[in-house]
Ligand binder design. Sequence first.
Ligand code: GLV
Ligand code: MN
Ligand code: MN
Length: 399
Amino acid sequence: MSFDSMWASLEQVGRYPGSGGYRRYAWTREDATLREWFAGEAVARGLDLVEDRVGNQWAWWGDPDAAVEAGRPGIAVGSHLDSVPDGGAFDGALGVVSAFAVVDSLRAAGFVPSRPIAVVNFVDEEGARFGVGCCGSRLLTGVLDASRALSLTDGDGISMAEALVNAGRRPDQLGPDPEALRRVGTFVELHVEQGRGLVDVGRAVAVASSIWPHGRWRLDLEGEANHAGTTRLEDRRDPMLALARVITTARHSAHNHDCVATIGKVSVVPNSVNSIPSGVTAWLDARGPDEAEVRAVVAEVAVVGGGASEESWTTSTVFNPYLRDRLVTSLGGAPVLATAAGHDAGILTVAGIPAAMLFVRNPTGVSHSPAEYAERDDCLAGVDALTKVIADLSGSGLR
Ligand code: GLV
Ligand code: MN
Ligand code: MN
């Protein structure tokens, strides 16, 4: 049950041979294997495994309800096990494995927490299958309406409701779970850094300050299907030209507004080499330090075509400053970094739950790619840091 053996036991789950990356999508066979792995780790440690209404997994050390009664709710620590298409091994999994390793370290040191501690696996963090990121925490906190979530569809037209049934779950159970949330006084998520901030300062671990506002928008570009050879150029309604304009506008507009914008996913109908497409759907991801500027980028792209209907939005998120400073102090003065990546810790923050994050150095800064990486020594430094932080918080905590 060492860090190394846990890491090795996950290494092949959902690995896609074509890329060497991972395809771990919510409510698939791979996801079921990961959930079984999580349950096995919980049981092996004698932790109490509970699922909330959304399917997020919580493995409790100590009685969370007694702690709520006593007005001293628990400390949750963890992340997610799903991935983006062809994602790396570290995004999410490092946080969950490190959380179990923290329980082991605390126990090995004979530590007796005065608050219960939970290891958590948030479901569907990347939103790779149904399009909405941080689905597990958004549903849990009620930010995402269950009926809307259930009607979201994946690339094969399977709705989340159907996917839940196929995974042996009850869609009618899906919804906010205030009782599960009440148990969480504080949440700490450790994550591989998704930039080179720690490389720049020559440190292994940082504390997060904030998350940029960000969102996803869907653009539907209509065309007219026709023959690629026999249709004169002037007679064509080719949505690929509109897509090209959308992509270049997103780039220029992001540059002008000090934002970033990406078209990373398109669906071409019918996707035929010798046909003019009848339609293209493209998804825009836009982020930046300032909400109004991000909105301006989206508006400028929408003018080009496609409508830009919002599929998710995360407001500018500042992590609890008291908690942030407390982590920095616990770690003897760790660097503090902002991020442009979304996390469940951000969603919980917006819902009013004190949350914090630790980042572990990533030598290249590459993430959401098979090249995502962290050195073993840095991962172990992350576990040590997280152990210190959880030992401190599970002594007194925040609320
Ligand atoms: C999650 O990784 C996101 O930032 O989209
Ligand atoms: Mn991610
Ligand atoms: Mn992540």
